[in-house]
Design a protein around this ligand. Sequence first.
Ligand code: GRF
Length: 226
Amino acid sequence: MVRRLSTARIRMRVAAFISGRGSNMVALIDACATPDFPAEMALVLSNVVDAPGLDLAAERGIATETLPHRPFAGDREAHERAIDAVLVRHKIDLICLAGYMRLLTPWFVERWRDRMINIHPSLLPAFKGLDTHARVLEVGARWHGCTVHFVRAAMDEGPIVAQAIVPVAADDTAQTLGARVLAQEHRLYPHALSLVASGTARVEGERVAVRDHPLPVPAINPPEST
Ligand code: GRF
């Protein structure tokens, strides 16, 4: 019998951090379940014990852990050291923040430097922070979108992996615009994770370089119908 060397590729073990509904987390779990995807969803971690996304993860057979921040009584780093121990226990290689509503300390961000990405519902560096859809409407911007970026200590900052854009309609409300952006988030995040986990996108000098790609930052444009 001829023994063949295994051609199975090593897949990155990903942890998704959530605090709420977890729709981006589900998009990542589904992507990880497709053949040849370069990452596996190894863990979903939440600081909110009753985050709806935890049930969605468990239904899909993904390990979950909850680490509420309150028992740490304001000691953010102690909370994150506990999180870090969980990540080590699950042999995590890469973190995807997916609606995790806690600012991370410089200690944690440095520890996971270039191994932690986030999705934000705007075309960064515009509209950092909360309520992005309402703020876009307020200033009358014609285009909006979402960004996946590597995480740095400053909020919603860090090298950009990929972006998706959507048009703003004259009769949009924050809800209709938010729904249009969210649909693109669900396409963009798996795409960006695949670029990072495969090593195609890497941080070089605080920008993301994408191997074998004509553009410095791949963009996902809205489908023809939007
Ligand atoms: C998304 O809009 C994401 O961009 C932001 O938080 C929201 C999380 O939504 N960071 P969900 O929990 O993934 O549905």
